[in-house]
Design a protein around this ligand. Structure first.
Ligand code: GAL
Length: 738
C-alpha cells in the first residue's frame, strides 16, 4: 500500500555550501517550510538571500519497505536543488515554483540511519525562469514548501485527472483519467476501482472492478466514464466539493490482503467560459473583479505555512470581496489553491517568468513548468484559466503556440490566456489577457478579453501617504472597476495588486518595496481595499468605510471635503460632533456600474471650515430605512491605545509538524479603534511560552499598523505575547499551542 509521511521536521540547515563531511554541529535545527534567511520587512538587498545553503536530514525509514519504491517529494524549493542520499546523487531540479520528486529506493538503508542532503542554490540564476533579466519581485531562498516521503508499490497510481463535462445539461458526465505506472521489470495486472461522491455528498458511487495490465517500465492511461444526473454545482456562494478515490488491489485479491494503492482527492462540477460577451460561471454571466497576489510575506519570504496561505485566500475573498485572484507570476502554494476551492474564489494561474524569455534550455523549463503546474492543479474547480505566456514578454509565436497547444493537451477542459501589455500582440490563446496601465479601460481589439493588471506602479501608495493620494489610489481602482463592469465585451479586471511586496532596486520606492497593494505587506488595508470590500452584498455584512483620516489640515486647502464613503448601504447619515449634515445616497452618476457605488458627501466644510467646531465624525449606514452599522473617528490626532490581536487563538504542532504560524497585528489607534497613519512609534515585544516571534523587535511602526508572526515550536503550551510602547498601556495576547 501507499504511505505518505510528512517530512518537514528535524532538518539541519546551514547558510553555507558544505559537503557531506561537515559535522552536524555546523548546522542549526529547522522545520519546513523554511526561509534561508529571515529578513526585515524592507530596506534589505536581494543579494542577502542569494547564496548556496545546505540542508541535511537524518532519518530511519518510518516503515519497512516491503518491496515498495520510496520517493521524496518536494512541493517547492528556491531555486536550484541538488539532492543526495547517503552520498549518492539523486538528481537536480532547477526552478522554485513547481513540485519535483526523487526515487530514493536504490540508495536507502533499511535498518539504519539514512542521510539526505540538499544543496540549494538560491542565487538568481539566469538559466532558470524567471531570471535572465530583471524581475519586479523577489525569489527568496529556502526549502520553502513542504516535503514528504512516499512509499508506493511497483505498480501504482501516478496521476488522476477528474474531468466534468456538460454539467449544465441532462447529459452531464464525469471522466477519470487514471495513469498507472509500473516501475518494475515484470508485467503487472491489477484490479482497479473508482469511487466518488455525488448527489448528497454522503452517497458514494462505485465503479465495477476493472482489470488493467501494465507492461514493465511502462504506463497505461485508463479512462473511467460515468453519466450523472443528480449533483450540485460548485458556485461562488456554495462551493461544493465532492470526494473521489481510486483503489488498486491485486488481481483476484481482496480488500483485506490485496490492497496495492489508494489515492484520493476532490473535484467540483462547474462550467467556466470566457466568451465575446464576458465570463460565465455555470451559464450565468459574472463580472470578474479581482487582484493579483504575490506569494511573498514580510520576514519569511515565501516560506509561509498552510495556515497563512489559507488566510490569504480568505482575505482576498472575504476582506476584499474579490471573486478572482491571479497567482502572479507563478504557481502558488497548494494550500492557497485548496482554500480557493473550499471558499469559492476563482483563480488565474500562470507559468513562472517576467518579461524575459531565455534560450532554448530556458524555454524547455517553461514547458516543464507548464506541465508540472497543470498536472498538479487541474482537479481544482477554482482554477478557470491557465496563463501560458511569460508575463509581459514580447511575442514569440513559436514558443507560445507550443505552450498553448501543450496546455490544451494536458487539460482540454480549460481556456488559456497569456498576459501581455500591448493589444497588437499575436492572439494565440483562447482569452486575450491584457495589462492595461492607461488609467482607463481600453476598448478590446480581441475578445474574449480580460484585464489582468491595472494601476500598480502608475500610482504607488503607502499606508502613511497623505490623504489625498490614498484617496486617489482608491478612486482609481473604483473608476477602472466601474468602467470595466459597464463594458459588455470585457470579462473582468484583476488589479495590481492585493498586497505590497518586496522587490529589486530597479522597482519600488527605494526601500525594496513596491507599494502597489490595496493592502500593505502585512495584509492590512489602505483605502483602496475598501473599494473591493464594499462590493459585497450587505447580506454578507454591512460595510461602511470613510476615506479620510479626519484631520483638519492634511489635504491641500484643508478639510475632508468631498468625503467618499465606500459602503454597501443604501444611505449614509453624517454627523460632525452634535451637528447632523443629512443623509446621502450612492453616487450613481460617477459610478453607474459598480454593484455598490460609494457615497460622496460634499459641501460640509465650506465655506467657513476653520471657524466651525472640529467635532468627531459619525456616519450611520442605513438599509431599508434601518440603521445597520456606524463608524466614528476621533479628533485627538495622537494615539490613545496600542492594540495587539492574533488571527488565531490556537496553533497546532501536530498537523503542521512544528511549523505553524499566525499573524499578530498591532496598531496605534484613536479612541474608536481607527489606526493613525502618521504615528510612527517604536513597539517592543516580549514572548512567554513555547513559541517564536518572527519579525523586527523592537518594531518602528509606520502607518499606524504592522504585524509580526508567531511561530509554534515542537512543544505544546500557552504563549503570551506582550507589546509595549512609550506612554500607552501595555497589551498582550494569548495563543494556545496544542
Ligand atoms: C506590470 C508587471 C507586474 C508589476 C506591475 C507593477 O507590468 O506585470 O509584475 O511589475 O507592472 O505595476
Amino acid at each position: 500500500m501507499r504511505t505518505i509521511v510528512p517530512f518537514n521536521d528535524n532538518w539541519l540547515y546551514t547558510s553555507a555550501d558544505v559537503d557531506h563531511n561537515a559535522p552536524d554541529s555546523a548546522f542549526e535545527r529547522v522545520a519546513l517550510p523554511h526561509t534561508n534567511i529571515v529578513l526585515p520587512h524592507h530596506n534589505f538587498d536581494n543579494m542577502e538571500y542569494q547564496f548556496v545553503s545546505t540542508y541535511r536530514k537524518r532519518f530511519r525509514l518510518p516503515e519497512a519497505r516491503d518491496g515498495r519504491r520510496v520517493f521524496i517529494d518536494f512541493e517547492g524549493a528556491m531555486t536550484a536543488t541538488t539532492a543526495y542520499l547517503n552520498g549518492h546523487k539523486l538528481g537536480d531540479h532547477g526552478g522554485g515554483y513547481v513540485p519535483f520528486s526523487f526515487d530514493i529506493t536504490d540508495y536507502l538503508i533499511d535498518n539504519a540511519e539514512n542521510v539526505l542532503s540538499v544543496r540549494l542554490d538560491s542565487t538568481e540564476r539566469g538559466d532558470i525562469p524567471p531570471y535572465g533579466g530583471i524581475v519586479d519581485y523577489l525569489t527568496f531562498g529556502g526549502i520553502y514548501r513542504e516535503v514528504s516521503l512516499r512509499y508506493v508499490e511497483p505498480l501504482y497510481v501516478a496521476d488522476v485527472f477528474v474531468k466534468t463535462f456538460d454539467v449544465l445539461t441532462d447529459k452531464a458526465r464525469l471522466e477519470f483519467d487514471i495513469l498507472l505506472r509500473n516501475v518494475s521489470n515484470a508485467p503487472r495486472t491489477v484490479s482497479l476501482q473508482v469511487t466518488f461522491a455525488a448527489e448528497e455528498a454522503s452517497r458514494m458511487i462505485e465503479s465495477e472492478w476493472l482489470t488493467v495490465s501494465v507492461p514493465p517500465g511502462g504506463e497505461v492511461l485508463h479512462t473511467y466514464e460515468k453519466s450523472l444526473r443528480i449533483f450540485k454545482r460548485w458556485t461562488l456562494d456554495d462551493p461544493i466539493l465532492y470526494g473521489w478515490e481510486v483503489d488498486l488491489v491485486k488481481e483476484g485479491g481482496s480488500w483485506i490482503d490485496g490492497k496495492l494503492d489508494n489515492v484520493m482527492g476532490s473535484f467540483g462540477f462547474r462550467e467556466a467560459r470566457f466568451t465575446d460577451t464576458g465570463f460565465y460561471l455555470n451559464g450565468q454571466h459574472l463580472k470578474l473583479m479581482g487582484l493579483n497576489r504575490h506569494q511573498t510575506y514580510p520576514f519569511i519570504g515565501g516560506a509561509a505555512p498552510a495556515r497563512l496561505q489559507r488566510k490569504d485566500a480568505d482575505i482576498i475573498k472575504y476582506e476584499l470581496g474579490c471573486n478572482i485572484v491571479r497567482t502572479s507570476h507563478y504557481p502558488q502554494s497548494k494550500h492557497f489553491i485548496e482554500r480557493c476551492d473550499e471558499i469559492g474564489l476563482l483563480v488565474f494561474e500562470e507559468i513562472p517568468g517576467w518579461q524575459h524569455v531565455g534560450d532554448e534550455d530556458w524555454q524547455a523549463l517553461n514547458l516543464r513548468d507548464l506541465e508540472a503546474m497543470i498536472v498538479r492543479d487541474r482537479n481544482h474547480p477554482s482554477i478557470v484559466i491557465w496563463g501560458v505566456r511569460v508575463n509581459e514578454s514580447m511575442d514569440n509565436d513559436v514558443l507560445y503556440a507550443k505552450t498553448n497547444a501543450f496546455a490544451h493537451k494536458l487539460d482540454p477542459t480549460r481556456q488559456t490566456g497569456g498576459v501581455r501589455f500591448f493589444q497588437e500582440s499575436s492572439f494565440l490563446e483562447d482569452v486575450f489577457t491584457f495589462n492595461d496601465f492607461s488609467n482607463d479601460v481600453q476598448d478590446p481589439l480581441h475578445t474574449p478579453h480580460l484585464i489582468t493588471e491595472f494601476n500598480g506602479h502608475m500610482f504607488s501608495t503607502k499606508t502613511w501617504d497623505q490623504e489625498e493620494r490614498a484617496m486617489e489610489h482608491a478612486l482609481r481602482h473604483a473608476r477602472i472597476q466601474d468602467k470595466q463592469m459597464g463594458h459588455p465585451q470585457i470579462s473582468g479586471a484583476i488589479g495590481w495588486c492585493a498586497f505590497d511586496y518586496n522587490t529589486h532596486r530597479e522597482f519600488g520606492s527605494g526601500d525594496r518595496v513596491c507599494y502597489h497593494g490595496v493592502m500593505d505587506t502585512f495584509r492590512l488595508p489602505k483605502f483602496a481595499a475598501y473599494v473591493y470590500e464594499s462590493q459585497q452584498s450587505p447580506d454578507v455584512r454591512p460595510i461602511l468605510r470613510a476615506v479620510t483620516y479626519w484631520t483638519r489640515g492634511d489635504r491641500s486647502v484643508g478639510g475632508a471635503d468631498p468625503l467618499w464613503v465606500f459602503t454597501n448601504c443604501e444611505e449614509v447619515e453624517m454627523f460632525v460632533g452634535k451637528e447632523r449634515f443629512g443623509r446621502f445616497t450612492p453616487d450613481r452618476e460617477t459610478f453607474p456600474n459598480l454593484p455598490y457605488a460609494p457615497v460622496q458627501i460634499k459641501g460640509f466644510d465650506a465655506p467657513a471650515m476653520w471657524s466651525r467646531p472640529y467635532g468627531e465624525l459619525r456616519l450611520v449606514g442605513y438599509i431599508g430605512g434601518e440603521a445597520v452599522t456606524e463608524l466614528q473617528m476621533g479628533t485627538e490626532g495622537f494615539p490613545i491605545a496600542l492594540t495587539l490581536e492574533a488571527d488565531d487563538d490556537e496553533l497546532n504542532v501536530e498537523s503542521a509538524e512544528g511549523t505553524d504560524m499566525t499573524r499578530l497585528v498591532f496598531k496605534l489607534v484613536d479612541k474608536f479603534g481607527n489606526r493613525l497613519p502618521y504615528t510612527n512609534q517604536v513597539v517592543s515585544f516580549e514572548i512567554d511560552g513555547p513559541g517564536e516571534l518572527i519579525g523586527e523587535n523592537p518594531f518602528a511602526i509606520m502607518g499606524g499598523q504592522a504585524a509580526l508572526y508567531l511561530k509554534s515550536t515542537r512543544e505544546a503550551g500557552t504563549v503570551t505575547v506582550t507589546a509595549s510602547t512609550p506612554r500607552l498601556p501595555t497589551v498582550s495576547v494569548t495563543v494556545t499551542i496544542s
